[in-house]
Design a protein around this ligand. Sequence first.
Ligand code: EPU
Length: 342
Amino acid sequence: MSTPAYTLIEQAELRERNSLRISARAQHLALVHDAAVLPTLFADPRFRDQPVRVLGGGSNVLIAADVEGLLVHLDTRGRHIARQDGDSVRVEVAAGENWHELVLWSLGQGLSGLENLSLIPGSVGAAPIQNIGAYGVELCDCLHAVTAYDRQQREWVELDRNACAFAYRDSRFKQEPGRFLLTAVTLALARKRPLRLDYAGIREELDAMAVSQPDASAVSRAVIRLRKRKLPDPAQLANAGSFFKNPVVDAELAAALGQRHPALPRWPAGAGQIKLGAGWLIEAAGCKAYRSGDAGVAPGHALVLVNYGAASGADLLALAGQIQQQVATRFGVSLETEPVLL
Ligand code: EPU
């Protein structure tokens, strides 16, 4: 018997499908096994006039309430080297693949580019939405194009990197929710690419590992060690990674804050702009390890909000609001939330 193109679950419980382990229901959940069915699915009279949302690995979403309409989860697999041109290699990956498994596979193929993005939870199709980033690298540094179904124009499109409007933890897909359904991602990797070792902590970690001549795999191992030490494991303590973006402010405000608080982490962020360490601001505002019911701030990293058991999306949003207020009062800086709100 062949696999159906999709499986529909009515009133689906989402608790096991989001890393914050928020309990909520999706009215219609479609688990899509073959992306080619998407136009047919959207044209189905049962869903034609309903809101459509997408759920990837569920590791960067805050489910605020039950989800009305159709929720699509791509369950597709496949990754292969699509083109090799000397040193540069294009890799095509289905949206349903797991991100970290892809990173390990690419390293196993002798390809570099993704090593700094090791151990980020979530699916490949979700990675472009927030332009995942870590340890000095963002997805847009090695993304060539995405394949998507455009629900507005009712057509399949291939969008190159420029058309994706990537920015820090942002993209066109985050700005136009529900329009594009990403089904595949093409990455531009290399057989040999200079390693990015400048982000604080990487060189120290390689030293601690006694690696003096690092290759991409060693950098990946260093990043995995750093992340395991700093960030709570979603399998142990429910969380969605950074809950806030690092705020980008005018250089003037950053300089004034830096004078009063020399330890505040600051990074250049384009003309006249400075990015501030939100984790530091939250900790300095006294919110680290704060807990209100089952919603809390991770004891080890103030940027991460956690669910100790039965916190709802509303509980986490209320806690986020309190933190935003404390940081605004104390430092005059407003924090934006990072996960996608469902
Ligand atoms: N810091 C504190 N207190 C804290 C947390 C951090 O003072 O509780 C300070 C650290 O001491 C350090 C600085 O803030 O000096 C930066 O900390 P870290 O290297 O952990 O990075 P981050 O800016 O807090 C960002 C990303 C992470 C990513 C790391 C490493 C955002 C929103 N977050 O965090 O991404 O792993 O850099 O590159 O940009 C995610 O997006 O989910 C995520 C975890």
